[in-house]
Design a protein around this ligand. Structure first.
Ligand code: GLU
Length: 290
């Protein structure tokens, strides 16, 4: 398949140096492979996404000289696809409704082992399973007005073969790369029953990223090392939904002088700020070590 990669920012703040690094890396790999570089606007959380940040993404990428090869895919246009994915998992008995608040979960996991650090997974505290057998799983459609969680043990049991894992390439996309297994017991103990649809919006990062990468026919996912632990969830969802697994490249993170990972609030390192100060796209490349 033709090498296809993507940059998938959320329009919830300005793009900073870390985003620039991710976008340039993905873009340059696609160009070197004579493949495609696509853009996806991850605006699934409508409460946080803003049109002005989306426009800023287009402006910043264009200024950096990064052209994308198709119209951007916007998650806010894909509700039907996420609904169908959830419906599929629901009808196989792999989802359940959950009414727990963050506080309920924190209380439930800290109570029995006072003092000990409760286990965390890629999405924070590992869900203790409070609603797993509490909310009914009957009915043609998933319940509304509450979160939907994946029953991890049931999901793994439903797979005809063990998970094949994934390939992690070197920092320059060199293949054959490294095979990373995704063991079922680690998904149960280290990930647990994750949320696949939120109370406040349909779907979740994990569900949409898997369905969107498939829709955009992504062969190589280039993204920050902060998402490495989430990849095992994506491998599982691909297996459950009959989607093929792309190759992954989790790149180093750009940090500030104190070693902290850059965040959206780091306006000082926003691309737009550097641009206003008169830096060039080449300066940005040098700043991120490219
Ligand atoms: N939207 C995510 C972010 O801005 C990236 C998702 C991904 O690359 O899988 O951090």
């Amino acid at each position: 398949m033709n090498f296809t990669t993507r940059f998938a920012p959320s329009p919830t703040g300005p793009l900073h140096l870390g985003h620039a690094y991710s976008a340039i890396l993905a873009h340059d790999l696609a160009r070197a492979a004579r493949g495609r570089f696509l853009l996806r606007i991850e605006d699934i959380d409508r409460t946080r996404a803003r049109p002005e940040w989306e426009q800023q993404i287009y402006d910043d990428l264009s200024w950096l000289g990064l052209a994308w090869d198709e119209d951007p895919l916007r998650q806010s246009d894909r509700q039907d696809v996420y609904r169908a994915g959830l419906q599929d998992l629901w009808s196989r008995g792999l989802l359940y409704g959950c009414r727990c608040t963050r506080r309920d979960i924190a209380d439930a996991v800290t109570a029995p082992q006072e003092g000990a650090e409760p286990p965390h997974g890629p999405d924070g505290l590992i869900y203790p399973g409070t609603c797993r057998h509490r909310t009914p799983r009957e009915g043609a459609n998933p319940p509304e007005g509450m979160a939907l969680r994946l029953d991890m043990a049931a999901a793994l049991k439903s797979l005809p073969t063990p998970l094949a894992g994934f390939t992690e390439t070197g920092p320059l996309g060199e293949l054959p790369g490294r095979h990373v297994p995704v063991p079922a017991d680690e998904l149960i103990s280290g990930v647990g029953d994750i949320v696949l649809s939120r109370k406040d919006f349909l779907g979740s990062y994990h569900l949409s990223v898997v369905l969107d990468d498939a829709a955009q026919k992504i062969t190589h996912v280039v993204r920050g090392a902060d998402l490495y632990d989430a990849t095992q969830i994506h491998i599982l969802l691909q297996a459950l939904l009959g989607i093929s697994t792309p190759t992954y490249l989790h790149h180093r993170l750009i940090r500030d002088e104190n070693g902290r990972r850059l965040a959206k609030r780091d306006d000082a390192r926003a691309i737009a700020t550097y641009r206003a100060e008169g830096l060039t796209p080449t300066d940005i490349r040098l700043k991120v070590g490219l």
